[in-house]
Design a protein around this ligand. Sequence first.
Ligand code: HEC
Length: 213
Amino acid sequence: MNTPESKQNVSEEPMILDHDCDGIREYDNPMPSWWTGLFWGSMLFALPYFAFYHLGGVGTTIADNYETEVGAFYELQAAKLGNLKPDAPTILTLAADSQKMLAGRNMFRANCATCHGPDGGGLTGPNLTDDHYINIRKPEDIFRVVHDGLPTKGMPEWASRFSEPQLVLLSAYIASLRGSHPSAPRDPQGDQVAPWSLPDATSDSATTAAMGR
Ligand code: HEC
């Protein structure tokens, strides 16, 4: 019964599809059921998945998780720094601490570089590396400007984004940029400001405060 002839008689002809490509013809073999099962299964899975992560804002995407982790990292950094005061000794002591300035540099590159350039040389925002400042005379002024922003001049406020110790860290990084040599500096703007220095008498207590020791 299973001879080639009988197979021929049962007729496989209807199973052969109509089209013919250079003499190559094709059987109408159905997809295996496990394959179609997977296909429809993944289609059905995709609909609620898409709605959950992308429409309702219920699920957390990889990008959300990343932002949470970065935020947590900064939180941790700030917590380790303790309760930093936005005064000149603390800012200048931190500015001299190259390790802590790595954290300041991260924050600067992620949030400020779009306007002030990756190395602080200035783009739409002013050059932060020269001796000229528009709104700053003392190191504390850096904190004030970064904290409150200059809303009418295009400089955003950062108090709603960062905690106070983080803003002190960032201000210290800005102070540390002074005297550095960016690749494409903008021309100086504002008034020349006398160099800032750490009075020796306060530097010890400031170091102690800044290091949390
Ligand atoms: C959207 C663009 C923009 C971003 C982002 C931005 N700034 Fe500014 N920033 C400006 C502009 C514009 C000014 C100049 C305001 C003026 O003309 O007085 C300025 C001024 C400043 C000044 C005062 C400079 C001076 O000479 O008086 C400091 C300090 C400063 N920015 C720090 C920061 C820090 C720190 C960040 C990131 C946390 C930051 N900026 C992010 C646009 C920006």
